[in-house]
Ligand binder design. Structure first.
Ligand code: NAL
Length: 333
C-alpha cells in the first residue's frame, strides 16, 4: 500500500483530499494528532482512531496523543485530579493496544494550555468567533441542551491546539468535523496555517444497526469486557446477511455493525482472518481482505452466526492486552 492509501484507508472523510495528497508525498516526520478527553477505560471508539494512528506511524508519521485534561474539565468530567488519574490509565491502555511508545508523544493539555501566550490567543479567538458558531461546532461533542460558557471555549482551544502542537494533520472521529472546520476558518484569522483533517467513521449501534455506537447509551465494547461479556454482546448484535440493510419501519437508516467492526477494527490489525467451522459445515474459511468476507456473508457462504463468533474471537485478542493492563493498574490501587 502506498502512503496515500495507508493514510486514508477506512477514512470517512479527508479535508481536503488535495492537502492530504500533498502530505502523503513526504509523510516522513510529519506530525498527526488525536485528542481524547481522558476516560479510565478505552472503548471501541477510541480504538478506531488509534488504528488510524497506527496506520500513520506505519506511513512514517509521528503521532501526538493529546490527553485533553483541560477539555475534559470544561466538559464537566470531574476534578483535575480525577481526570489526571484516568488519563494515566488511558495512556497505559493505548500502549498495551499497540501504539509504539517510542513513536508516540503523549501530551497533557494542561502542559501548554495555561501558558500566557496560549491564553491570549484563546481570548483573541473568543473575540473573533460568534457564540452561535462555537455552539454549532460543539453540538456533536457535547450534545446536552444546556451549553455552559465552558462548552464554547472548548472548540476554540481545540482549534489552537492544532497550532500549538505544531501539527500537520488533525485526526478525529466524524463527530469532530465541525470543530475541525471551525479550526480551518479561524486559524488564518490569527495568522496561522490551515491544516488538513482526517475523520474516521462512526460505527453503528451494535444491537439495532442504527445511529451510532455510544458509551453513554446502548451497548459498547470496552477494555473492561471479559471474553464472555464480549461474546454475549457480539452474539446479540444485528447482522443481516448484507452490507446495506433496509431502513427500519420508521425509515431510519441501518448499517451492519458486525461488518463495520470487521472492516474498521479487525482487518486493519490482522493479516489474515480464519473462520473456524466443523468439516460438515464446509470447514475453515480464511480471508485476507474485508471485501471477500463481506461478499461471502452476502452470498450465504458465511453464516452470520459464524461471522459473529469469529468477530468476538478477534476483538477479544485486540482488547486482551489492555484488559490485562487495567487489571494490573487496579490491583495497584
Ligand atoms: C480532541 C479533544 C479535545 C481537545 C483536542 C485538541 C486538539 C485535538 C483534538 C482534541 C477531545 C475530543 C472528544 N473533542 O470529543 O473527545
Amino acid at each position: 500500500m502506498d502512503a496515500y492509501d495507508l493514510i486514508t484507508r477506512n477514512a470517512e472523510e479527508v479535508v481536503t483530499d488535495e492537502e492530504v495528497r500533498e502530505l502523503a508525498e513526504d509523510p516522513e516526520g510529519k506530525r498527526a494528532y488525536v485528542g481524547y478527553e481522558p476516560s479510565g477505560v478505552l472503548h471501541l471508539g477510541h480504538l478506531l482512531t488509534a488504528n488510524k494512528l497506527i496506520d500513520l506511524q506505519e506511513a512514517g508519521m509521528e503521532v501526538v496523543v493529546l490527553l485533553a485534561d483541560v477539555h475534559a474539565y470544561l466538559n464537566d468530567k470531574g476534578t483535575f485530579e480525577e481526570i489526571r488519574e484516568t488519563a494515566e490509565q488511558m495512556k497505559a491502555q493505548f500502549i498495551a493496544y499497540g501504539l509504539e511508545e517510542d513513536q508516540t508523544e503523549f501530551v497533557y493539555g494542561s502542559e501548554f494550555q495555561l501558558d500566557e501566550e496560549y491564553v491570549l490567543d484563546l481570548h483573541e479567538l473568543e473575540v473573533s468567533t460568534t457564540l452561535n458558531r462555537a455552539q454549532r461546532a460543539m453540538a456533536e461533542i457535547q450534545g446536552g441542551e444546556t451549553a455552559k460558557v465552558s462548552h464554547v471555549v472548548y472548540p476554540l482551544m481545540q482549534t489552537l491546539d492544532i497550532e500549538y502542537l505544531d501539527l500537520d494533520l488533525a485526526v478525529g472521529g466524524l463527530d469532530q468535523r465541525k470543530v475541525h472546520m471551525l479550526a480551518r476558518e479561524e486559524l488564518p484569522e490569527l495568522g496561522y496555517d490551515v491544516r488538513p483533517a482526517l475523520h474516521t467513521p462512526i460505527v453503528a449501534d451494535l444491537t439495532s444497526g442504527e445511529g451510532k455506537m455510544s458509551s453513554s447509551e446502548g451497548v459498547t465494547i470496552s477494555m473492561e469486557d471479559s471474553t464472555e461479556e464480549l461474546e454475549e454482546k457480539v452474539n446479540s448484535a444485528y447482522c443481516p446477511p448484507t452490507r446495506d440493510p433496509e431502513p427500519d419501519e420508521d425509515g431510519n437508516e441501518r448499517k451492519n455493525p458486525v461488518l463495520e467492526l470487521f472492516e474498521y477494527h479487525v482487518f486493519p490489525r490482522f493479516e489474515e482472518i480464519t473462520v473456524e467451522r466443523p468439516e460438515k459445515y464446509g470447514g475453515d474459511l480464511t480471508y485476507e481482505a474485508y471485501e471477500s468476507l463481506a461478499e461471502d456473508l452476502e452470498s450465504g457462504e458465511l453464516h452470520p452466526a459464524d461471522a459473529k463468533g469469529t468477530l468476538a474471537t478477534y476483538l477479544d485478542e485486540l482488547i486482551a492486552p489492555g484488559r490485562e493492563k487495567l487489571r494490573e493498574l487496579r490491583a495497584e490501587e
